[in-house]
Design a protein around this ligand. Structure first.
Ligand code: NAP
Length: 262
């Protein structure tokens, strides 16, 4: 049966290829991006009657507007793939004084997902893009009080999304399913070219695992779990994501920041 699937950051890289993969299977894919021009190109590439939603996820007002726009069009969502992400950015701080990596990779998907909760069924899936690059969160970095290099900010933001995925899964014990996924390391996207100066591995590796996480049977009962596509298996995330004190500190900090930004 055709499913309705929102993919953030589907104008490039893994998100665009996942959109093409799922649309080819007959699913109704809602494309999201920050650039209207890139959204038009992506819609042409994906084909069919694809809907597009423009929102800059480094701006909290636009995150809310995105959730409202999607809810106006759809009573029910089967899947959201929180794929949009950044590693190298300039400037590195938002006008509100937060690190853009935390804003786009951690806070925006948290707020978007919570705003979309009424649209999900018990069987819906929330698929969150984590990474092999995870590092313990320095709360001063999360709060925008301290700046660190690109990879450190990125890795911390990815641990933080891994933590909130686990915590949201515990909160929503009857569903929807919440899963964190490392799509595979050094896949050939612009993020990897810009960040590491390398061509990278076949992007389809990432698109295939996101397809499975979105609609595959193996992920239907996997709420709260972390899938590491470098291993091709469910695995433990970074030890800091399993440390109850760190989890609780990070969750409190995320809730404080999003309350401030709302
Ligand atoms: N590639 C890898 O090896 C790898 C490994 C582990 C995890 N990941 C994760 O996979 C996800 C996809 O990354 P990718 O490698 O495919 O990177 P990418 O090609 O750079 O794609 C990132 C997507 O996010 C969008 N985006 C970035 N900033 C945004 C903002 N402020 N507002 C709205 N959309 C925004 C981009 O829009 P534009 O098209 O306008 O730039 C693009 O559509 C990310 O979460 C990344 O951290 C990737």
């Amino acid at each position: 049966m055709s499913k309705t699937i929102l993919i953030t950051g589907s104008t490039d890289g893994i998100g665009l290829l996942t959109a093409k993969t799922l649309a080819t299977m007959g699913h109704n894919v809602l494309l999201h991006g920050r650039s209207k021009e890139k959204l038009e190109l992506a819609a042409k590439e994906v084909g069919g009657n694809t809907e597009t939603y423009a929102a800059d996820l480094s701006r909290m007002d636009q995150v809310h507007a995105l959730a409202t726009a999607v809810r106006e069009q759809h009573d029910q969502l089967d899947v959201v793939i929180n794929n949009a992400g950044v590693l190298k950015v300039s400037p590195t701080q938002t006008p509100d004084g937060y690190d853009v990596r935390f804003m786009v990779n951690t806070f925006a998907p948290y707020v978007l997902t919570r705003a979309l909760l009424p649209s999900f069924t018990e069987k819906s899936r929330i698929v969150n893009l984590s990474s092999a690059a995870q590092a313990p969160v320095d709360l001063d970095v999360l709060h925008g009080r301290k700046q660190v290099d690109d990879l450190a900010a990125y890795s911390q933001s990815k641990l933080a999304i891994t933590i909130w995925s686990q915590e949201l899964a515990s909160e929503l014990s009857d569903g929807p399913v919440v899963i964190a996924v490392n799509p595979g390391s050094f896949l050939a996207s612009k993020m990897v070219k810009e960040g590491f100066g390398m061509a990278g591995n076949d992007l389809q590796i990432g698109a295939d695992v996101l397809r499975d996480a979105a609609i595959g049977d193996a992920f239907a009962d996997a709420s709260g779990r972390y899938f590491d596509n470098d291993q091709g298996a469910f695995a433990q995330p970074h030890a800091a994501a399993l440390d109850s004190k760190h989890r609780s500190d990070v969750m409190q900090a995320i809730d404080a920041v999003v309350a401030q930004l709302n």
